[in-house]
Design a protein around this ligand. Structure first.
Ligand SMILES: Cc1ncc(COP(=O)(O)O)c(C=O)c1O
Length: 444
């Protein structure tokens, strides 16, 4: 009797049909380049709807086994066959259909340029220049540090000594009360954002982020199927009322802010707006992720309070890292949050990478405890100010009325708007690369 899909089988009909056709292709009944029966014929033969056959064909197409040619039909792909008989996976298809969204092509181009030419002057990635890394201090710590236990697996939540050092650091430097158990060590703030999205959100949830915002976080929001709403950043930060407007329409689940020395604009959310953001999010029960890698780079006394230090209700997940104040290559970041959240994110991290690497954690713990840490930060601020002033002077001299920018109080970002309509930013970008310099452009 002719094969028919089994309607009592748990496997959907279209999958049964796809498997059946696949086995006939592999057995050579439908050789490369041959045409499969039409949807109509198969639907009739197999006693199913045409839409079921269509779904089966799509399944085969997605694995690269067939291609569909409009007006002609469904054809067995030649490319999937080697000279002999084995099949070659269709890697192009895998690459297109993987879970995570690709980075924006401009970002991909930027990190390719940076990776391939270390002479490039790099204004595209927020990173301290090598002369600002505390190399001697790290060297002296590493020389005295090594122990055999560093070579085994560590606590997935992060080395306890490092969590204690961070907890002790948060109070004087960021006015935040914490305990080591409420801290999870991550591979930079980047992984912290990733873990929060993976561990706490669900496709279809609404989140709000700043516009413009840290460009390398954007694909993560898109990949996970979140509804992302943008709040423009002005010279004093976002307008808090916009949170209400978006929440009323879309029921916001989480607000992502980089409120201090924001990437890429360099501005900070002023104190009044901070209070308002906290009040609104408390009233509406909206969780906040405070992404705060730059706050130590300021001079203001007293420093602008972190949102976390104003958080009475436990609404803020505080994310930071050593990338912008020590060295990005250590890949040490952290999340501070309620215990149940930290436990959940630790579990996600365990599945992802089994915990942070040992050696950088020990270096980081000793560095934060070092009597020279504060001196390093103070020196960093002085050197960054010199670099900022030199950049401003050069921009004013070379580009003058062609651009407009706000002078950043501190941090490491300077964001320019082109005011000359004859300058095309994409052309400018390509010319800059040719001349050995790279910067970034606004990306959504
Ligand atoms: C706002 C912001 N968040 C997170 C990151 C990621 O930094 P890292 O993973 O090196 O800590 C950056 C880096 O530029 C950033 O600017």
């Amino acid at each position: 009797m002719a094969w028919r899909p089994n309607k009592l089988n748990k496997l959907p009909l279209y999958k049964q049909i796809a498997n059946y056709l696949e086995s006939r292709i592999i057995n050579g009944e439908f050789p490369p380049d041959s045409r499969l029966p039409s949807e109509r014929e198969l639907a009739h033969q197999l006693n199913v709807n045409r839409s079921t056959v269509n779904a089966a064909f799509e399944e085969l197409r997605s694995t690269g086994l067939v291609k569909r040619i409009v007006g002609y039909g469904t054809v067995v792909n030649k490319k999937v066959w080697k000279n002999g008989h084995g099949r070659v996976p269709n890697w192009d298809q895998y690459v297109k259909e993987g879970f995570d969204q690709p980075n924006n092509p401009l970002n991909q181009q930027i990190y390719r340029y940076i990776g391939s030419d270390d002479r490039l002057i790099n204004f595209a990635i927020g990173e301290l220049s090598a002369d600002l890394w505390p190399a001697k201090l790290i060297q002296s710590i590493s020389d005295t540090l090594f122990k055999n236990d560093f070579l085994g697996y560590e606590n997935v939540q992060g080395n306890l000594q490092l969590r204690e050092a961070i907890s002790d650091h948060l109070k004087p430097y960021r006015q935040i009360e914490s305990t080591p158990s409420s801290i999870l060590i991550t591979s930079g703030a980047q992984q912290a954002i990733h873990l929060i999205i993976r561990g706490l959100l669900h496709p279809g949830d609404s989140v709000a982020i700043e516009d413009p915002s840290y460009a390398y976080s954007l694909p993560i929001f898109h990949s996970k199927g979140l509804n992302t709403h943008f709040i423009p950043v002005h010279k004093n930060g976002i307008d808090p009322e916009q949170i209400i407007a978006i929440h009323k329409k879309h029921r916001l689940k989480m607000l992502f802010l980089n409120p201090t020395y924001h990437n890429p604009t360099g501005v900070s959310l002023d104190i009044e707006r901070r209070r308002k953001v906290m009040e609104i999010c408390t009233n509406y029960g909206i969780a906040i992720v405070e992404d705060d890698p730059y706050c130590l780079l300021g001079y203001q006394q007293p420093p602008i309070p972190t949102l976390k230090s104003m958080d009475q209700e436990g609404l803020v997940l505080y994310v930071s890292s050593l990338s912008k104040i020590v060295a990005s290559g250590l890949r040490i970041g952290w999340i501070l949050g309620p215990q149940n959240v930290i436990n959940r994110l630790t579990d996600v991290k365990q599945q992802m990478d089994f915990g942070p690497p040992n050696l950088p954690q020990w270096i980081a713990a000793n560095l934060l405890r070092s009597e020279h840490f504060n001196e390093h930060i103070e020196n960093l601020k002085i050197e960054l100010k010199k670099k900022r002033d030199l950049t401003i002077e050069s921009l004013q001299k070379e580009l003058n009325d062609n651009i407009y920018f706000l002078i950043p109080k501190r941090g490491i970002h300077l964001w320019c708007k082109i005011q000359n309509e004859q300058i095309d930013e994409k052309v400018l970008f390509q010319q800059a690369v040719k001349n050995g310099m790279v910067f970034t452009l606004e990306i959504h």
